[in-house]
Ligand binder design. Sequence first.
Ligand code: NAD
Ligand code: TYD
Length: 355
Amino acid sequence: MIFVTGGAGFIGSNFIHLWLKEHEEPVINLDKLTYAGNPDNLLAINQHPNYHFVHGDMGDRQLLAQLFAKFKPRAIINFAAESHVDRSIHGPADFIQTNVVATFNLLEESRHFFAYLSDKEKEGFRFLHVSTDEVFGTLEPHDPAFSETTPYAPNSPYSASKAASDHLVRAWHHTYGLPILTTNCSNNYGPYQFPEKLIPLMIAHALQGKPLPIYGDGKNIRDWLYVEDHCRAIMTVLEKGRIGETYNVGGLNEKTNLDIVEIICHQLDKLKPAASPYSSLITFVKDRPGHDRRYAINANKIMHELHWHPRESFETGIEKTINWYLEHEEWVANILSGQYRHWLEKNYQDRVNNI
Ligand code: NAD
Ligand code: TYD
């Protein structure tokens, strides 16, 4: 079986749905259920005979040792993380605790478990660490895209903590021989994304007639990948990736934040027209401190070596995503709890309009 951490979050839950649809092999999901972990994401497969959920912290080494001994996974896929840059600016401690310390604990327990496997089991064992393009820092407009050899230069507490975990993963391979794989992916979007991130936040705010808060001048650029394409990339790397290697994963979709929000508004105008165009809700607000200007991914290695390609264009992916949010307004409504409203106040109340 495979052992997934953080599978109740956005990418992990999409991964588990896809895995169970396309594989016979069982999956165990260890998740702490932080604010970002949502059991509703997995409701449809809760009773699936090949799905097993464990509520716990991946920093808990005793629990990890028990789970490894009981389930004897042939692979570990580490999704669990604190993942939101703005939250990392307001409170970096949780990012160090989970992304660095808990990943260290997961590596240590994996190393001990690996040491007692038979030679044949060792040959098949993999530790796949899911990381981000943000570890490479920021690009100027005409800089070449990030490749696997781009030096790390993280700028936010989030990206610094992910960079630290990537370094640990690398060292556990080089020093202890743990058969690791690392993926560094660009911004994901799609179903089940918590509405604190750009795309679901803008959809949710538009549908509520609330301002669409664009940081700074809105010209920051991200590369966007539909989440199912990312999940397929992870499956491909797990199956065919070379041990010890890192693979950059991207959607070949560089867009400014303003472009993204305008595309969302335009689609919503067609699908759910309101009294005035949704773009009238666009509001420029105070910028994020240390805001990276541009991310771009050179995905040649995974495309040429492992023959992975994104299946969705941005146009098809964003249409699927908006339709999903329109069909799952209850999922969003359930998240709009007191605690989440508190975050919105904290993050946006001091961002006076820039215009
Ligand atoms: P998310 O915030 O939606 O989900 C994170 C999950 O991890 C949640 O279910 C949470 O409960 C769980 N978790 C947090 N701390 C834990 C702990 N100590 N023990 C066990 N579970 C814990 O994140 P996501 O967007 O799904 O991202 C998943 C991974 O992919 C992260 O490692 C992130 O850095 C990486 N990544 C994300 C993106 C993106 O655009 N979202 C892009 C590239 C890489
Ligand atoms: P986000 O979804 O938080 O992802 P990341 O910071 O990891 O790239 O943000 C994507 C981009 O959108 C980023 O440049 C910040 C910007 N942004 C806004 O302009 N307004 C918002 O309310 C949010 C949440 C993000």
